[in-house]
Design a protein around this ligand. Structure first.
Ligand code: COA
Length: 297
């Protein structure tokens, strides 16, 4: 789909996007690039990074990939510094890296809980912490310009509750807290705007295929106010609005981009359907098959 924004809306800016090699993170990378930004993407898998960077470059976008895990502070620091060294400035940090899997609270080990908290919440804070020096007003490479901008990708599932997502709900609630608190502290002290996006179900993403297969997606459409899944494009356009001057008076908000889904009922999927997708329950059902009647999907 064609963008409604001018092609130079983020021209001259440098954006670092964690998890930028695939899914929503990649679409944000692509759209920021198509609107004039230079792009650094961070991810754990070299092959994913390489392929994303070459796709971006084939579109005429200045792009570079840096391997790293947001759970490791020294890697976060190295990637932020490498981005600055490569492009000479850093204007936008997007925290899109996330971990997810379906498991009941009963079957989730504390280490499994911690793993998602580490990626989503601690990882987001760590990246913000390491990027502060470059994003703050008057920081390296930006002496004459104002502060930069941070965008945290969140979710809506923690607004109420969701089956088998206690770790993700806790992690995304923490991300929203980080967004608000940094918006206050760093907006006041350093002229940095910090916002978030809470995507609803977005088609053609790793999260969607992992957490909700087609038959569930189709059922969900029946009670969604706009009767459709979102596209990665929808999230990227919201991201462009928030990080560009169009959003210059927006700070500390998490923009829900879900077609109004979270307002509708039922907002969660039937427990039996989720059971089928959980690794633990799959294993258990091999010993004692449970079966899900199609009428319950
Ligand atoms: N069900 C239950 N527990 C799980 C699990 C699952 N599907 N996947 C991981 N865990 C638990 C492990 O059992 C382990 O806990 P334990 O030591 O008590 O057994 C803990 O989480 C760490 O697992 P490990 O495999 O070592 O973690 P990892 O760092 O290699 O990878 C993820 C964990 C979440 C990053 C991995 O599942 C992943 O790569 N996900 C893809 C990212 C994704 O889903 N993106 C879309 C976001 S919407």
């Amino acid at each position: 789909m064609e963008s409604p924004f001018k092609a130079d809306i983020v021209k001259g800016k440098v954006a670092l996007i964690t998890g930028g090699g695939s899914g929503i993170g990649f679409e944000i990378s692509k759209q920021f690039g198509k609107h004039g930004a230079s792009i650094a993407i961070m991810g754990r898998r070299k092959s994913v990074l390489d392929s994303a960077v070459s796709t971006l470059q084939s579109l005429g976008i200045k792009a570079v990939g840096f391997e790293g895990d947001v759970r490791k502070q020294e890697e976060a620091k190295r990637v932020v510094e490498s981005t600055f060294k490569h492009f000479g400035r850093l204007d936008i940090l997007v925290n899109a890296a996330a971990g997810n899997f379906l498991v009941s609270a009963e079957d989730l080990s504390p280490n499994g809980f911690r793993t998602v908290m580490d990626i989503d919440s601690v990882g987001t804070f760590t990246m913000c912490h390491e990027a502060l020096k470059y994003l703050k007003k008057g920081g390296p490479g930006r002496s004459s310009s104002g502060g930069g901008s941070i965008l945290n990708i969140s979710a809506t599932l923690h607004y109420t509750s969701a089956w088998y997502q206690i770790h993700v709900s806790a992690a995304k609630a923490a991300v929203d807290g980080i967004t608000r608190n940094l918006a206050l502290e760093w907006g006041t002290d350093y002229d940095i705007r910090v916002n978030g996006i809470a995507p609803g179900p977005i088609g053609d993403t790793p999260g969607m295929s992992k957490l909700a297969p087609d038959e569930i997606n189709n059922k969900a459409r029946e009670y969604m106010p706009l009767y459709k899944l979102g596209e990665k494009w929808d999230i990227a356009m919201a991201a462009l609005y928030l990080v560009s001057d169009a959003g210059k008076y927006v700070n500390g908000t998490t923009l829900i981009v879900d077609g109004g889904l979270w307002l509708s009922r039922p907002r969660h999927l039937p427990k039996e359907a989720i059971n089928q997708l959980s690794r633990v329950m799959e294993k258990r059902s091999r010993d004692k098959p449970v079966g899900v009647p199609t009428s319950k999907l």
